[in-house]
Design a binder for this molecule. Structure first.
Ligand code: B12
Length: 500
């Protein structure tokens, strides 16, 4: 092995659609504390998706003597790619140590640890745990002494004590030299040169449908506005960006940080379009001054969980106790004043009466659109996360159970469940799925999204609106074949398939 040979490869199995490139922040963050300590490389399966990444990894491990493979796994399509890849690699290279981390392993540690192809599961933030594990293994120590891990030993899964996350302000910048950044500069609805960043760890809320809770346990640790301003300037100077997406779970948690970042952008005269995820009740409390700063600094859109039209359901979801349906309507009106588009995501079809829940949701969405037609609407159904709380209990009582093995998880049925759009759960029926899908088709024709660049042509909007008008006003959502045909013709993209 030469000093150039990586000790560890960090692998991001393919998850995105071809051509949808976002910087692999999970792996870049791991790189921050590996730099200068252990030689490593990042392999992003989202780039050049036709390549046989598992085959290439096997080849390199054999040729170069690489000893570790770190794999990041999100549920859904990425898991479906990761499972066969990991198994194939382990079979071909039995001496390679395979370490997994990310949202799926953190929420289902035992299933991962019990799989013979996986050696170690890193729970929650991994930038400190990974080098600590490598130190221990390289020195022949006992991994049971390393905090933040799960692994199988003598037929049992050992969980070591949890490790607190590293404050992102104290981490070095991401090692951008490890990835071909130019290839991640995208044309999006925000701009012709869009890059992305992740500027905070976690989320301070405990919503009981959200996978972030097991990851963050209520912690929220942000990079400072000053540091973010410097990074944005660097992106502008080096890669000439004109748009920026923040992938944080909750970018707008602190009003003072948000306002300071907007001021920073204005001071630097960085005129760019930006986007992030936030909470309705938090942003509703922001002052007019902050909203003005956000607009003037180029904030175009904010993704927010509106979740439900029903205050009782919102309580059950444990949305922090302060989100009500009235606040969602108020936010729609407030954002319109500042020309900032809210993207409201809903979780519909909840037990005990999924059909009624969808109907109520539909009427509520119509009300939102009356107040602010620019609002984007994204509809999901509940995707259970193993968390204490009424929603998980109701799901379990209706006969829902998670798979016990990785192979079952990688089955297409479970991928559909995790995409939160299918009817493969006991409480969600085919009819409910149809109603949601049909309403969405009519709604998207009547109020076409502003995020689809193809719709910038002045022709399509009036055509779609005219065709769907009678259905929308008479509430006839069933069998909207003619609208689907036009949407296919212009290859209409729902906002969540082009963004998040
Ligand atoms: C970017 C992103 C994507 C990108 C792809 C990312 C990629 N891997 O290339 C895209 C847009 C493609 C995507 C898709 C999906 N996503 Co996504 N995504 C995210 C997002 C916004 C950011 C991930 C990120 O970069 N985080 C920043 C890094 C620094 O944190 P991290 O990933 O947690 O990594 C740390 C630790 O987990 C750990 N770690 C992670 N990997 C590894 C690996 C090793 C070896 C080790 C040691 C440690 C380790 O250490 C890291 C550093 O501390 C998260 C939400 C969020 N803010 O995290 C959702 C999120 C992960 N996505 C989610 C989901 C559900 C999806 C989808 C499956 C479904 C959907 N409808 O959105 C789709 C699939 C769509 C499809 N293709 O059909 C959920 C997962 C929920 C769950 N039940 O677990 C999340 C949490 C969003 C949410 N709040 O619901 N996603």
């Amino acid at each position: 092995m030469t000093s150039e040979t990586p000790l560890i490869l960090l692998y991001n199995p393919k998850v995105a659609k071809p051509g949808y490139h976002r910087l692999p922040h999970s792996l870049l963050q791991l790189g921050t504390l590996l730099e200068g300590r252990y030689p490593y490389e990042i392999v992003d399966g989202n780039l050049d998706q036709e390549r046989d990444r598992a085959g290439e990894i096997i080849e390199r491990v054999r040729r170069e003597g690489i000893r570790y493979l770190g794999v990041t796994i999100m549920p859904g399509p990425q898991l479906q790619q990761a499972v066969p890849d990991i198994k194939r690699i382990k079979t071909a290279c039995p001496d390679l140590t395979i370490i997994v981390g990310g949202y799926f392993p953190t929420n289902h540690p035992n299933t991962c640890a019990n799989d013979p192809a996986i050696d170690y599961v890193v729970l929650s933030a991994g930038e400190d745990t990974l080098p600590a594990l490598l130190d221990t293994l390289e020195q022949g120590g006992d991994p049971a002494t390393v905090a933040g891990l799960a692994f199988a030993r003598d037929g049992q899964v050992i969980h070591t004590p949890p490790r607190p996350p590293h404050h992102p302000n104290d981490l070095p910048w991401y090692p951008y030299h490890k990835v071909p950044v130019e290839r991640y500069v995208n044309r999006t609805h925000l701009g012709t040169r869009t890059l992305s960043h992740h500027s905070s760890f976690g989320c301070p809320f405990f919503c009981n449908f959200c996978a972030v809770v097991n990851m963050a346990e209520g912690k929220w640790l942000p990079e400072s506005a000053e540091r973010l301003g410097e990074l944005t300037q660097y992106f502008r100077d080096k890669w000439h960006i004109n748009a920026l997406e923040f992938h944080d779970n909750n970018f707008f948690t602190s009003e003072s940080r948000t306002a300071a970042y907007a001021e920073n952008l204005l001071r630097r005269d960085l005129l760019l379009a930006w986007w992030g995820e936030g909470r309705i009740d938090t942003m509703l409390k922001f002052s007019d001054r902050t909203w003005r700063l956000l607009r003037d600094s180029g904030l175009k859109m904010v993704f927010m969980g509106a979740e439900s039209a029903d205050d009782e359901t919102l309580k059950k979801m444990n949305k922090g106790g302060t989100l009500t349906a009235d606040k969602t309507l108020a936010l729609a009106a407030r954002a319109a004043k500042y020309d900032i588009v809210p993207e409201f995501s809903f979780i519909l079809g909840n037990p005990p009466d999924p059909h009624k829940d969808i109907e109520r949701g539909i009427e509520f969405i119509r009300k939102i659109k009356e107040i602010n037609p620019a609002v984007e609407i994204i509809m999901y159904r509940y995707d259970p996360v193993p968390l204490a709380g009424e929603m998980w209990l109701a799901a379990e009582q209706s006969g829902f159970a998670f798979p016990q093995t990785l192979d079952e998880w990688a089955d297409p049925k479970w991928v559909r469940v995790q995409l939160r759009r299918s009817a493969d759960t006991p409480w969600f029926k085919h009819n409910d799925r149809e109603l949601m899908r049909n309403f969405e088709t009519v709604l998207n024709a009547y109020y076409p999204t502003t995020t689809d660049r193809r719709l910038r042509s002045p022709l399509w909007r009036p055509v779609l609106k005219a065709l769907s008008g009678w259905r929308y006003s008479l509430r006839v959502y069933r069998w909207p074949f003619e609208l689907e045909a036009v949407q296919r013709r212009i290859r209409y993209q729902r906002p969540e398939t082009s963004g998040f």
